[in-house]
Design a protein around this ligand. Structure first.
Ligand code: 5AD
Ligand code: SF4
Length: 451
């Protein structure tokens, strides 16, 4: 694609998960190559892109609200091009153009290489939709343009798509089949990040445990092998990963984590429910007992590992007993952190086609409130257990409240605020925990930096 003479300004807004954040960085890279320039000022943009999420109905509602705002901006600036990209683009396709008169292009997660061409056509008044899903696309050769603020921590996509088909989930429909990215391109991207001064990478994929690169048998690379290769790049580079799947998380990965200090001691292991009966209906591929077996393996192999989870409440047919089983699973595991949601029926999924969304909204709300209250207690307990301990903290920025304080994370992914002294962003600082609030640990550095 030829570079344009005058730079065209794109403004991009991102909703949804880490995959979408990483995808927006790929989109900006593709567009930069074609002469577009990113702007943070929506009013001066020539193109507005919104990278969307379909996971729950309220995620889509939020985007519809934003499209109303973009339409108002377009009234003042008729030459503005509006593009919807990502999961909602894939799910709704041309409906987005039909229902929302201001949208010009609709581009799914595997068609971003087409963006320059589609935007150029849109400039001449041609509306366009490209939502073709691919079995191969991993954008392996594209160097993402980092959109994060601090340049300390970056997401690196290691795979795309999902083959799991959990009965409630829209992801396989909007992101297509699972494919792993060439490990060589992953390692190169991370080595470059390290040279640029990044201190932490998070390897991301819908189900990292099923990462499997196998061009031919001799070159096969599993997730634990990839993790080890990344950990060996530099012991000063922290490595995280997300998301693990309980049915696939192997002891091998846990042993690799325990072997390398720079692999962070935190696993996000979505349980969804504590009831085997519900897990079967969700088609999760594991039972409560299997899940607890994985938790025990984590606690035995990596005793200082933090565990977080996703819980969904009000799934079709969920009884009071099922709900009680989720509550007692949470208590048994003692999660450090959790994301909690009400079930939201997604069109065309197995659950939408076969299971009636029969839990009343008021009951969903009541159960969600109960699990949130419980998790607040568990999170507080997890922080209190850190009092008096010393952790290595990677500094990410200044505290919101005062420039005299820094914040960063422990290996366990807990946020710590502490007095700055002569430390700065990007440093590793040993901090003793002396207090905590509901969301944050508060500490004192155990030493000043030796300059
Ligand atoms: N309704 C509510 N929550 C959902 N999730 C996935 N699909 C749905 C749905 N239809 C939640 C799961 C998943 C997280 C990313 O979002 O808990 O782990
Ligand atoms: Fe991410 Fe799933 Fe939302 Fe897509 S639908 S942005 S994959 S959470």
């Amino acid at each position: 694609m030829e570079k344009q003479d005058i730079s065209t300004k794109i403004y991009i807004e991102t909703y949804g998960c880490q995959m979408n954040v990483a995808d927006s960085e790929i989109v900006v890279s593709i567009l930069n190559e074609s002469g577009y320039e990113k702007t943070d000022d929506i009013q001066s943009a020539d193109v507005i892109l919104v990278n969307t999420c379909s996971i729950r109905e309220n995620a889509e509602q939020r985007v519809w609200g934003r499209l109303d705002v973009f339409r108002q901006i377009k009234k003042k600036n008729p030459r503005l091009t509006i593009g919807v990209i990502g999961c909602m683009a894939e799910r709704l396709k041309e409906k987005l153009i039909e229902e929302e008169k201001a949208v010009d292009i609709v581009v799914g997660p595997d068609a971003y290489r087409e963006l320059p061409r589609l935007l150029e056509n849109a400039g001449t008044g041609q509306k366009a939709v490209n939502v073709i899903l691919s079995r191969e696309e991993t954008y392996a050769d594209i160097s993402p343009v980092r959109l994060d603020k601090n340049h300390i921590s970056a997401f690196v996509s290691i795979m795309r798509g999902c083959n799991n088909m959990c009965s409630y989930c829209i992801v396989p429909y909007v992101r297509g089949a699972e494919r792993s990215r060439d490990p060589k391109s992953i390692l190169k991207e991370i080595e470059d990040l390290q040279k640029q001064g990044y201190k932490e990478v998070t390897l991301i994929g819908q189900n990292v445990d099923s990462y499997n690169w196998k061009p031919d048998k001799s070159d096969k690379v599993s997730f634990s092998q990839l993790l080890e290769m990344v950990a060996q790049i530099s012991d000063k580079l922290r490595v995280r990963f997300s998301t693990s799947h309980p049915k696939d998380m192997s002891d091998e990965v846990l042993y690799t984590m325990s072997k390398y200090k720079n692999i962070c001691k935190h696993i996000h292991l979505p349980a969804q429910s504590g009831s085997t009966r519900v897990l079967e209906r969700m088609k999760r591929g594991y039972s409560r007992e299997w899940y607890l077996n994985r938790i025990n393996a984590i606690k035995q192999i990596i005793p200082d590992c933090a565990v977080s989870t996703d819980i969904m409440t009000g799934f079709p047919g969920e009884t009071e007993q099922d709900h009680a089983d989720t509550i007692n699973l949470m208590k048994e595991v003692n999660y450090d952190f959790a994301y909690m949601f009400k079930y939201s029926e997604r069109p065309n999924t197995y659950a939408a086609r076969h299971l009636k969304d029969d839990i009343q909204e008021s009951i969903k709300t009541q159960r969600l409130t109960e699990i949130i209250d419980l998790q607040n207690e568990l999170s507080e307990k997890s922080k209190k257990e850190d009092l008096g301990k010393t952790f290595e903290v990677l500094v990410e920025g200044f505290s919101k409240k005062s420039k005299d304080y820094l914040f960063g994370r422990t290996s366990q992914n807990k946020v710590v605020v502490f007095p700055r002294l002569n430390h700065t962003i990007g440093d590793y600082v040993d901090v003793e925990i002396i207090d905590c609030t509901s969301a944050t640990l508060i500490g004192e550095p155990t030493s000043k930096k030796i300059n």
